[in-house]
Design a protein around this ligand. Structure first.
Ligand SMILES: NC(=O)c1ccc[n+]([C@@H]2O[C@H](COP(=O)([O-])OP(=O)(O)OC[C@H]3O[C@@H](n4cnc5c(N)ncnc54)[C@H](O)[C@@H]3O)[C@@H](O)[C@H]2O)c1
Ligand SMILES: OCCc1c[nH]c2ccccc12
Length: 296
């Protein structure tokens, strides 16, 4: 039986729903590049382990091709559906988000998701394309197929046409966010419009973009709080009201990361990480789409 004592805080969204402030991703490491029909037992076991150690927020996507695994793990974990926060995203299926969400729900054996995101803005050739798709997203929420609706990888120029016509504003924008990609202007735009920020690749400064200028401060804070550097990076997100989504196949690491619930960084410590982080730029995803030199 799963341990559902999730001690992490929740973030209240602009539609009144709440999202747990640490998510477990069923993408990146789990993305299936080979036979999409072949079930990955390792992925099922990892998601079950994540639920067991206390993750209640699980982040999937149509394009990861792991929704069947995610659904099986949820079912086999025998957790109360209402205790979980399940996200999925539409990308290839953007032509028909309703059919795409219904297929995702079928694959996950779920009646609804907690959050449905448009995975990326690149399908749009003109602002009206964003508006048209957003109206469909609103209808999915109205039908009860998803509790909240949002976007991912959107820039202010993608969000503005939506905000012009929205009856239901995007609840969240999930973007790459870590000390080497702090998205200062984007986060300020989100705050101005009541949109929450979620961080993917929150461990980049510890992993893909290491070594770098934040190494020393992460190490000294890890020592101070008796945690690993990874928890400092996750907590750096949480203490700025940003919801990190991480992943790992290792149960010990998943469990260690839950320790970020047990401490809080001071404003001075956050500022010190921000100042060191600003000395380097790193983007792991969508470089071609956003431009190598556009770090906004
Ligand atoms: N919306 C998007 O476009 C988008 C893009 C990327 C990821 N995501 C979501 O976010 C989730 C997490 O993304 P991520 O994997 O980039 O995040 P992350 O920064 O948390 O990195 C996790 C990776 O780092 C490795 N790792 C963790 N701790 C480590 C350590 N101490 N030493 C070495 N390696 C370590 C893990 O094995 C894993 O592969 C994905 O699974 C997906 O759900 C969304
Ligand atoms: O969300 C992570 C980025 C992403 C979008 N679509 C994908 C397909 C495979 C692997 C990663 C992605």
């Amino acid at each position: 039986m799963a341990n559902l004592s999730n001690p992490l805080p929740n973030l209240k969204l602009n539609d009144g729903n709440s999202i747990p402030m640490l998510g477990y991703g069923v993408g990146t490491a789990w993305y299936k590049s080979g036979d999409a029909g072949k079930i990955d037992q390792g992925c099922i076991d990892a998601v079950k382990a994540a639920i067991r150690v206390g993750y209640t927020h699980l982040d999937g996507a149509e394009s990861y091709r792991t929704e069947k695994e995610l659904g099986t793990a949820i079912k086999e974990s025998k957790v109360d559906r209402s205790k979980l926060f399940i996200t999925t995203k539409v990308s290839h299926g953007i032509e028909d988000p309703e059919a795409t969400l219904k297929k995702s729900l079928k694959d996950m054996q779920l009646q609804y998701v907690d959050l449905y995101l448009i995975h990326m803005p690149f399908f749009s050739e003109k602002p009206e394309d964003h508006q048209e798709k957003w109206k469909v997203m609103e209808s999915l929420k109205a039908q009860g197929l998803t509790k909240s609706i949002g976007v991912s990888n959107y820039r202010p120029e993608d969000l503005k046409p939506i905000l012009d016509i929205a009856t239901v504003k995007p609840a969240i924008n999930q973007v790459e966010f870590h000390p080497y990609l702090q998205r200062t202007e984007l986060v300020a735009f989100h705050k101005e419009h009541g949109i929450a920020t979620s961080a993917y690749s929150p461990l980049s400064a510890n992993t893909k973009a290491s070594p770098g200028p934040v190494d020393n401060i992460l190490a000294s804070l890890a020592k101070k709080y008796a945690v690993s550097e990874g928890e400092i990076s996750l907590r750096w997100c949480i203490d700025q009201d940003v919801v990190p989504v991480t992943t790992s196949g290792k149960e010990q690491r998943m469990s260690d990361y839950m320790r970020c619930a047990a401490f809080k960084l001071t404003p001075t410590e956050i500022k010190a990480i921000n100042e060191e982080g600003a000395k380097k730029n790193y983007r792991g995803f969508w470089k071609q789409k956003f431009g190598e030199n556009n770090w906004a």
